[in-house]
Design a protein around this ligand. Structure first.
Ligand SMILES: CC(C)(COP(=O)(O)OP(=O)(O)OC[C@H]1O[C@@H](n2cnc3c(N)ncnc32)[C@H](O)[C@@H]1OP(=O)(O)O)[C@@H](O)C(=O)NCCC(=O)NCCS
Length: 164
């Protein structure tokens, strides 16, 4: 299995992964819209001969703590045939490592705490934020000391408001 930064030629694979994992195209359309809008920070693809998984990170705006560089983790999927082999975890960890290396201070995710707790995401840190997704499924991870200062209203990239 290898993980690499997504290239334009991988769009067919990205659509195939999300359709297989979610049974719909909405998440792949979200990735495409994020890219078209210039809001995609990082897009990683996992291959095991064929496309096996994908993760995207996009720009988040913190209105009251703009010194904190923040990213939203979404979407993430692994093709069913490749699930439970550690590919999803590898994609999350590789993505977070890259964000840290690029100077990001925080990552936010909306998802099952049973899955994201293993990477250090907590609902407690996310509760400092005000988002359209507030609640127990919203979790955050500080990637630097500065990340812990994040607070107040957050704006997601425009593409999220079009997600059905
Ligand atoms: C969620 C998903 C990305 C995990 O990828 P993966 O490669 O199977 O995950 P890993 O192999 O790294 O980890 C497997 C672990 O995650 C758990 N897990 C998988 N999906 C989960 C979910 N939706 N909620 C909670 N835990 C989950 C498994 O039970 C397993 O737990 P264990 O390590 O205690 O045995 C993948 O199952 C998937 O694409 N699911 C469909 C789409 C989806 O629900 N995406 C969620 C994005 S928020």
């Amino acid at each position: 299995m290898s993980i690499r930064i997504e290239e334009a030629v991988d769009w067919t694979g990205i659509y195939a992964i999300y359709e297989a994992a979610f049974g719909q195209r909405a998440e792949a359309e979200l990735v495409r819209q994020l890219q078209e809008d210039g809001d995609l920070i990082l897009s990683l693809m996992a291959y095991d001969d064929t496309p096996a998984g994908h993760i995207a990170f996009s720009h988040l705006t913190l209105h009251e703590s703009p010194q904190v560089r923040c990213s939203a983790l979404a979407p993430l999927a692994v093709t069913p045939a490749f699930q439970k082999q550690g590919i999803g975890s590898d994609l999350v960890r590789r993505g977070l490592d890259k964000l840290r290396a690029d100077g990001y201070d925080m990552a936010v995710v909306l998802g099952d705490p049973n899955y994201y707790a293993r990477f250090g995401f907590t609902a407690q840190l996310a509760s400092q934020l005000k988002t359209p997704y507030d609640g127990p499924y919203l979790q955050a991870l500080a990637l630097s000391e500065k990340g812990k200062e994040a607070h107040g209203p957050v704006s997601y990239a425009r593409a999220f408001s079009e997600l059905t």
